[in-house]
Design a protein around this ligand. Structure first.
Ligand code: CUA
Length: 350
């Protein structure tokens, strides 16, 4: 038996909604959740899907149904539709229902946002700076000092407040496993909170088109035990103190000690300026935006290395693009730092 067209429409709509909701909920859209903030956000996502899939299906099915059933048939070319002037009840319903839905969902989303952004005791503050095309991290230390590094290491189960900055253009700090994401905007400081709950390494991604190297502006967050975190902070802080003295003596000329100091300054400069994009086993860096220098450096002489640092687009390694590596290191680094980099990298290349 043939059903009434509106009954058909309702049946098609119900089946399509069920399939849509099943797809939305069954597929695991997100990476592993590694922060306290992840669960409430995933639940929010599921609820939004359950509500919005039927709305989408309803609109689509009614549109297709109307287009098919009320299409113009031969002989109707000069006819006009019936003169309809409003339907108060229908208009009240289709205004009220979406309004109630929107207000409810916005209230729910607001509550989730307020919960995940709640201030918590014993919060670790980490400054994140985006610059074409790498992330840098700064850990404020006691006594007003700060630890600058290209590595993001966090202790498990301790709340973290990221204070996010940008040096040049707008970037976007995103840790998919934490489900947190915030724009890095030049001139202002944005904030986002996360409490890591799983040990391991998770990707940090730039989620705002920021230039040629946007796609390679990636980093890694390493979540470790609180004890391992304390050891890491200590180990990072130690060479930084030594570095101050080294820098002062680096001008000391070609004596045996001077050359070693210059290379030490170079290694330090490399770790904080180059390591987020270049892997170099000797420096312990693992960036992947540029060539892996552990192999690419072999046999390069000092002149070539210097040119590759100050004029990177002159000779671009195969498989990489010009314009990704900053071309202003001659201005942003001191002459001493560049001499150090050249000395260090030349010593590694041998
Ligand atoms: Cu930085 Cu995209």
């Amino acid at each position: 038996m043939r059903r009434h067209p509106v009954a058909q429409m309702v049946i098609v709509g119900a089946i399509a909604s069920a399939i849509g909701i099943a797809i939305a909920l069954v597929i695991d859209w997100f990476p592993a959740d590694a922060a306290e903030q992840a669960k409430p956000i995933d639940t929010l996502y599921d609820v939004l899907m359950i509500v919005s899939v039927p709305v989408f299906v309803l609109v689509t099915v009614v549109t297709l149904f109307a287009a098919w059933n009320f299409r113009m048939r031969p002989g109707q070319e000069h006819e006009d539709g019936p003169p309809i002037h409003g339907n108060t009840r229908l208009e009240v319903i289709w205004t009220a229902v979406p309004a109630i839905l929107l207000v409810s969902l916005c209230s729910y989303a607001y509550v989730v946002l307020r919960d995940i952004e709640e201030k918590q005791p014993n919060t670790l503050v980490v400054h994140v700076t985006g610059q074409q095309f790498a992330w840098r991290y700064r850990y404020p230390q006691e006594g007003g000092r700060a630890l600058e590094t290209t590595q993001l290491v966090l202790p498990k189960d301790r709340p973290v407040l990221f204070k996010v900055h940008a040096e040049d253009v707008i970037h976007d700090f995103w840790v998919p496993a934490f489900r947190v994401k915030i724009d890095a905007v030049p001139g202002i400081t944005t904030e986002v909170r996360a409490t890591p709950t799983k040990l391991g390494r998770f990707p940090v991604v730039c989620a705002e088109l920021c230039g040629l190297g946007h796609a390679v502006m990636r980093s890694t967050v390493r979540v470790v035990s609180p004890a391992a975190y304390d050891r890491w902070i200590e180990a990072q802080a130690a060479p930084a103190t030594g570095g101050g003295t080294t820098g002062g003596e680096a001008g000391g000329g070609e004596g045996g000690g001077g050359a070693t100091d210059l290379a030490a300054l170079g290694r330090e400069t490399f770790v904080s300026n180059c390591g987020s994009c270049h892997t170099l086993a000797d420096a312990g860096t693992s960036g992947a935006a540029g060539p892996d220098l552990t192999t690419a450096l072999a046999g390069q002489d000092e002149a070539t290395i210097r040119e590759d640092i100050v004029d990177p687009d002159k000779r671009v390694a195969e498989g990489y693009q010009a314009g990704v590596m900053p071309s202003n290191f001659a201005e942003t680094l001191s002459a001493e730092q560049i001499d150090g980099l050249v000395a260090y990298l030349a010593s590694v290349s041998r």
